[in-house]
Write a protein that binds this ligand. Structure first.
Ligand SMILES: C[S@@+](CC[C@H](N)C(=O)[O-])C[C@H]1O[C@@H](n2cnc3c(N)ncnc32)[C@H](O)[C@@H]1O
Length: 382
């Protein structure tokens, strides 16, 4: 038996979908394509590795007003903010906090923020309720002490403190998330060559300062409107929208609340206790404010999303193996906008090989407005 199909399958997770698409452009990105001026922040599904490509596409559409729906790390808003009026929307407060921390134009007392490393650990909510779940006892006590002091700061400094500590929390978690209470995984003496084993065991202090400095270097004086809302249902009136909804596939979907409920709790510290669903074994937050986007409601929610978009053009991120299938999304886009351009982006995926994602650009005359080099560089490496 030839080994070629096996190699091919290993390299392309989505290989059965590869030949069903007609790309106008196809390009390959690597992790080195990340914008250097941005943070090294981790968030499932972030588009930092091809944010510059997305930026270039949006700039070709010449927006005066731009809306970043499902903003996440805020990397696309951040790049666009020097050129047009930007609105950023995300459902999760910790994501909004990250965005505000980067762009709020007021003077910041960095000394006060650095002084937070000298806090006294206390026994508070995290120590009591999250014992033996995500962090060690002394780490929980340190976090409790940190949060009590951080919450006393005025909002601009508090945003930066919460953004830095939430990034430190994510960096210290196996798989960078809180979807399992698997402290034992971290404790295991077995060194793992993957997943930043060393970082899990670094002190909060050290990681906090690392992210604080990153924010200090990346921060700029511009005005991005940051809104916490449900993008599927809220009205979106602007020139160009970039939409990057959570991944839904045939057998699984990315549930951002489940992955990040702990840092969402930090960002909503004063209300956290009332938001926790105590019956949930992860002590996740109640769903009420956080609608879940999943296979059973994906088509309905996407229809609602498109219906509430009032814009000249839209750049829509989707995965080649996403559900509903790309053909369904393309049909919906064509119902609202005149022209459609399909761009394939091949990118490396941590531990899993390579993956193909799509940028679907819909609007008036988008085919003549957008020109990218590297048209169908198909045979590269296949
Ligand atoms: C694929 S990520 C976006 C990544 C982002 N483009 C980036 O490069 O960092 C999806 C984002 O959608 C947000 N989200 C999930 N459900 C949402 C909803 N109903 N309304 C608005 N944002 C939502 C998640 O919090 C997450 O930040």
């Amino acid at each position: 038996m030839s080994i070629l199909p096996i190699l091919f399958r290993k390299r392309y997770l989505d290989f059965q979908h590869l030949f069903t698409m007609n790309f106008d452009y196809f390009t390959t990105v690597s992790k080195h394509d990340k914008p250097k001026e941005f943070l090294s922040v981790r968030l499932y599904g972030n588009k930092t590795s091809y944010a510059k490509l997305i930026f270039k596409i949006i700039m070709s559409l010449e927006p005066r007003r731009f809306l970043d729906a499902f903003g996440g790390t805020g990397v696309v808003s951040y790049l666009l903010s020097d050129f047009c009026k930007v609105t950023y929307i995300d459902l999760l407060e910790f994501c909004c906090t990250w965005m505000r921390a980067l762009v709020n134009g007021v003077n910041i007392s960095w000394k006060k923020l650095e002084a937070l490393t000298n806090i006294t650990p206390v026994r508070g909510m995290i120590s009591e309720e999250f014992r033996e779940m995500y962090f060690e006892d002394w780490e929980n006590g340190w976090l409790d002490g940190f949060m009590a002091e951080a919450w006393k700061l005025r909002q601009p400094e508090r945003d930066i403190a919460i953004a830095s500590i939430s990034q430190a929390c994510i960096a210290k978690r196996p798989f960078g998330a809180f979807h399992r209470a698997n402290l034992y995984f971290r404790r295991s003496k077995r060194k793992r060559s993957f997943n930043n084993w060393r970082t899990w065991n670094k002190e909060f202090k050290e990681l906090y300062i690392r992210f604080l400095n990153e924010i200090r270097n990346a921060r700029k004086n511009c005005n991005i409107r940051v809104i916490r809302d449900d993008c599927f249902s809220c009205d979106k009136d602007t020139d160009v929208i970039y939409a990057d909804p959570p991944f839904v596939g045939k057998d699984y979907h990315i549930d951002y609340l489940k992955l990040y409920h702990f840092v969402e709790g930090l960002a909503r510290w004063d209300e956290w206790e009332n938001l926790i669903d105590w019956k949930n074994r992860l002590k996740c937050l109640y769903r009420k404010e956080y609608p879940e986007f999943k296979r059973s409601n994906a088509e309905k929610m996407l229809k609602q999303f498109f219906k509430t978009c009032e814009c000249e053009a839209i750049v829509f991120s989707w995965a080649i193996d996403g559900y509903p299938e790309p053909a369904w999304i393309m049909r919906e886009l064509r119902k609202r906008w005149k022209e459609l351009l399909v761009i394939g982006v091949e990118k490396p995926v941590y531990l899993r090989g390579r993956r193909i994602e799509l940028l679907l650009v819909a609007g008036d005359k988008v085919r003549s407005k957008i020109y990218l080099d590297g048209k169908l560089n198909w045979d590269d490496g296949i």
